[in-house]
Ligand binder design. Structure first.
Ligand SMILES: C[S@@+](CC[C@H](N)C(=O)[O-])C[C@H]1O[C@@H](n2cnc3c(N)ncnc32)[C@H](O)[C@@H]1O
Length: 240
């Protein structure tokens, strides 16, 4: 799969970071010495962790070169490791006081085994958090699989690990200045696996079709803004 485009992703950094802020402030523990941010991307979620846990050593891991280059440039005070969290978590030797992840695990398959592995990275008596966060079909030899379970399935996975967990959903009302901005938002994340399969000519036509659909789906407010509703599933689990 093609690499992430850090510049495009960071175009909506403020809106993309809000779920991390909300999740970090839901963590009951006020102290942490060692934290890992899985899928730290451009370091925005890592910085949110730092603001609450100022004394902690924080390690960001990510599989994307482009995202890590920007993270290291913008937030040079954190440690970063290039690692595929779907395959290489076993290479981490430490135990962490907080295992955090925002908008990453939907890119990793098999959550029934991934979540226990994340939980296992926790040190004793501390906490773990996770968030999640057509005519064109024939053009896609590999349609993107969205790796997620039903809410009830997540419940069962966590219930096997601990009695101390919460799952909730928040629908964010992101304010967008144009329909094209919504297309740009998706180009920076969910559309990547589709666009990489198309020729340049098909890309233009595909994006035009998406823009048409976006225009039909999202009405323009009286002041010209567009409300872009984005649901996110939050999961917070402690091992005490
Ligand atoms: C939507 S970004 C989230 C970035 C940041 N955590 C935030 O809150 O905005 C998803 C990140 O997950 C990373 N990622 C996707 N699959 C991964 C994997 N298997 N292992 C490690 N990182 C992964 C991507 O490279 C990307 O930087």
């Amino acid at each position: 799969m093609s690499d992430w485009d850090a510049k495009l992703y960071s175009k909506f950094e403020k809106d993309r970071t809000q779920p991390s802020i909300d999740l970090v402030h839901s963590i009951p523990s006020n102290e942490a010495k060692l934290i890992i941010d899985i899928g730290c991307g451009i370091g925005n979620s890592t910085m949110v962790l730092k603001k609450r846990y100022n004394d902690a050593r924080i390690i960001g891991i990510d599989s994307s070169d482009d995202m890590l280059i920007k993270a290291k440039k913008d937030y040079p005070n954190f440690e970063y490791i290039k690692l595929d969290a779907g395959k290489e978590l076993d290479t981490l030797n430490d135990k962490y006081d907080i295992v955090f992840s925002n908008a990453c695990i939907q890119w990793i398959p098999d959550h029934k085994s991934l979540i226990p592995k994340l939980f296992n990275l926790l040190s004793k008596n501390v906490i773990q958090t996770v968030v999640n966060s057509t005519k064109w079909c024939i053009k896609f030899s590999k349609p993107r699989e969205l790796f997620s379970l039903l809410e009830e399935e997540y419940y069962d996975v966590f219930a096997k690990l601990t009695n101390n967990f919460r799952i909730w959903e928040t629908i964010y009302f992101h304010t967008m200045p144009s329909h094209q901005s919504i297309v740009e938002w998706y180009k920076g994340a969910g559309l990547r696996p589709y666009l990489e399969q198309l020729s340049d000519e098909d890309k233009v036509s595909f994006e035009a079709d998406i823009l048409d659909e976006v225009k039909k789906t999202y009405p323009v407010q009286k002041n010209g803004d567009i409300i872009f509703k984005f649901p996110r599933l939050f999961m917070l689990a402690c091992n005490y």
